[in-house]
Design a protein around this ligand. Structure first.
Ligand SMILES: O=C(O)c1cc(=O)[nH]c(=O)n1[C@@H]1O[C@H](COP(=O)(O)O)[C@@H](O)[C@H]1O
Length: 238
């Protein structure tokens, strides 16, 4: 899972995904299916992508009472994704329940999907967090707190921005995953993201994986954009 490059397939339907994947015909990718696509196409979309040999991050950000999250995860485990997530704000009990559900739903001899906790969304700024969530500590501290809570609950890592990844690794250990969305080229518009960073900065901060959506999916030539960002992520001299 370390050094992964995850593409966010934020498309409204399977047709958009098929068109997007055409130039990548011979490549095995790590693809993220989120709410937009999953709510339209359902589990079959995951099975189709898996049958093409891709790795899957199913990003549904579960956040509900422990019993509901446990049952939902039990069902999702049957899809045999590589990675799933929950909101750490749901609490340690909910996160442990998510893991229990995943373990119960994983078929004998198969690997349980890795499970990570969303700390503070990368679209959240410190000002917004303090004003709207009434969390009065600095954002970095809130993210570190959620990372510790996720680790205590047994999760495999967190979703955070590259700005927090180094401190999280120091606090939670180098095997604890830091998966970082909000990745933009320095020339890109950051849109709704607040804690956006470049792929090179993410690499320097030692994050486990980057998640890139619009900088690839909305690029004039998605394959060119993907390979350019991948080179920056891998530290290839351009
Ligand atoms: O869990 C996520 O994947 C996620 C967490 C987070 O804090 N921020 C965040 O942007 N994401 C997801 O990462 C992707 C980022 O997409 P772009 O901003 O288009 O690169 C989207 O699919 C988001 O749903």
């Amino acid at each position: 899972m370390n050094n992964s490059f995850i593409i966010a397939l934020d498309f409204p339907d399977k047709k958009g995904v098929t068109q997007f994947l055409q130039p990548f015909e011979n490549e095995k990718l790590f693809l993220k299916v989120g709410m937009e696509l999953y709510y339209q196409e359902g589990p079959q979309m995951i099975l189709d992508l898996k049958s093409q040999g891709h790795q899957i991050f199913l990003d549904l950000k579960l956040h509900d009472i422990p019993n509901t999250v446990k049952s939902a995860m039990k069902g999702l485990a049957r899809l045999e994704c590589d990675l799933v997530n929950v909101h750490a704000a749901g609490g340690a009990e909910m996160m442990s329940a998510a893991l229990e559900g995943l373990e119960q739903g994983t078929a004998t001899g198969k690997k349980r999907p890795l499970c990570i906790g969303v700390t503070q969304l990368t679209s959240t700024s410190e000002e917004q967090m303090q004003a709207e969530q009434l969390i009065q500590v600095p954002l970095q501290e809130s993210v570190l707190h959620y990372a510790s809570l996720s680790k205590q609950a047994g999760l495999d890592g967190v979703v955070c921005s590259p700005f927090e990844a180094r401190d999280i690794r120091e606090q939670c250990g180098s095997s604890f995953l830091t998966v970082t969305p909000g990745i933009r080229l320095s020339t890109d518009d950051i849109q709704d993201q607040k804690r956006a960073a470049t792929p090179d900065f993410a690499r320097e901060e030692g994050v486990s994986a980057i998640v890139v959506g619009r900088s690839i999916t909305r690029a004039e030539d998605s394959a060119v954009a993907y390979h350019h960002i991948k080179q920056l992520w891998e530290g290839v001299r351009l």
